[in-house]
Ligand binder design. Structure first.
Ligand code: SF4
Length: 407
């Protein structure tokens, strides 16, 4: 019998973390740095070494998506992205219709760079527009303005980059309904295939957190927040975008393959400093500091899958892995429910019962009917879905599933 603890050859998605940014935005708590450009060459070499390391362990893996995130992967020279794609190609089998996404800052999307990326195999761009309002962009400390954002979109259109997503942010202090409407309507004119709309959050240990504590800025009032949220929803809906996941909208056929993989609870490999992976029921993450990551990677030795008897024990021996967590059945079941509720297809009770051989009812909050009464969820015999209002208040429902108050 096969050893159950050996790594299963089943991940199809690779995330590459590029931690560089031109400036560090004051609201950002990502693993991103604006003062380590001198490490670029070394860091890219280390990421390539890490890819080879995993490639030796999981040879012949078929890959359906690669996602360059960060940080700002477009900040570094395009040749580095090309090099990483080449190394992935040499170490894994890329599916013919693979999706390769690059997160970009609008200021980096010159025509030359778009050209370079397209030649490297990038076939999906994710552009961090956030807003087209100069006052708002300045307030959140972004290094681009409206003109720079529109210029990037023009370049993508000129270069016939068909598949691109735009990030927008809502709920920013002082943001107005009129400005978000104008932003979304203007963006739609450039024909993005996808929108990601994220709620602005004040993260601990960021300059913005300090500003709020010191009462230097005031969070947006609830009524405006709700109106802004509804405006985004109605504008995108009217323009044929489907809200296939709480924060994500796509034209038909342009749902992100890479992100859908996360929401379907599937395995994925993350490479680079601070990158997370999920393999063999274990979630683990790499050392965050680019400098320490480089130092640790320089000492690794390649193993082959056949030498690993227990993946859980093996993970502990990898020197560039910072921490790991075993995803127990209980965690998996709860995450399954939450991910399913985040998607527009909803949560199928029968699918859950089949997948886990366990009745879903014990995982659902006792006060579920309250959520129905308040029009936050709708159900039929099998499917539970969030309503539009429920999406706005989803965190309360998810909290109730994770930490039930009545049980
Ligand atoms: S560009 Fe993105 S990753 Fe970089 S600091 Fe700003 S929000 Fe963070």
């Amino acid at each position: 019998m096969e050893n159950q603890n050996k790594p299963e050859n089943s991940f199809e998605s690779i995330y590459v973390h590029i931690p560089f940014c031109e400036i560090k935005c004051p609201y950002c708590d990502f693993n991103a740095y604006s003062d380590v450009d001198h490490l670029t060459e070394n860091l890219i070499n280390s990421i390539e070494k890490e890819i080879i390391y995993w490639g030796t362990l999981f040879e012949n893996q078929k890959i359906k998506s690669i996602f360059f995130g960060g940080g700002t992967p477009s900040w570094i020279e395009s040749k580095y992205i090309q090099n990483i794609i080449n190394i992935i190609k040499e170490n894994f089998n890329l599916k013919k219709d693979i999706e390769i996404t690059l997160e970009c800052n609008p200021l980096d999307l010159t025509k030359t760079k778009v050209d370079d990326y397209q030649h490297s195999g990038i076939n999906r761009f994710s552009v961090g527009i956030q807003s087209l309002n100069d006052k708002t962009l300045k307030f959140i400390g972004r290094n681009h303005n409206r003109k720079g954002a529109l210029n990037a979109l023009e370049n993508l259109n000129d270069k016939k980059a068909k598949n691109f997503s735009v990030d927008i942010m809502f709920g920013i202090p002082y943001q107005t309904v009129a400005e978000i409407k104008e932003t979304v309507e203007t963006l739609i004119k450039f024909n993005p295939t996808h929108f990601s709309s994220y709620s602005f959050t004040i993260e601990p240990n960021t300059p913005f957190h300090k500003f709020v504590k010191e009462k230097k800025i005031k969070e947006l009032d609830e009524d405006t927040y709700i109106e802004i949220f509804n405006t985004i929803y109605s504008t995108l809906k009217k323009n044929n975008y489907t809200n296939y996941e709480i924060s994500n909208w796509a034209l038909e056929g342009y749902e992100s393959i890479h992100n859908s993989n996360y929401w379907d609870n599937k395995n994925f490999l993350g490479v680079g400093p601070g990158a997370h992976s999920y393999l063999n029921e274990i979630r683990f993450s790499n050392i965050k500091s680019p400098k320490k990551y480089i130092q640790h990677i320089s000492k690794i030795q390649n193993n082959s899958n056949s030498q690993i008897n227990n993946f859980n024990e093996f993970i502990k021996t990898i020197n560039f892995v910072y921490d790991h967590e075993i995803i127990t059945k209980d965690i998996k079941q709860k995450e399954y429910i939450i991910f399913a509720l985040r998607k527009n297809t909803g949560l199928s009770k029968s699918k859950f019962n089949n997948e886990f051989n366990e009745n879903i009812e014990k995982f659902l909050p006792e006060n579920l009917n309250n959520f129905i009464d308040y029009n936050l969820i709708k159900t039929n015999d099998d499917i539970i879905k969030l309503t539009d209002k429920g999406k706005l208040l989803s965190n309360e429902l998810f909290r109730e599933i994770l930490y039930p108050s009545g049980k």
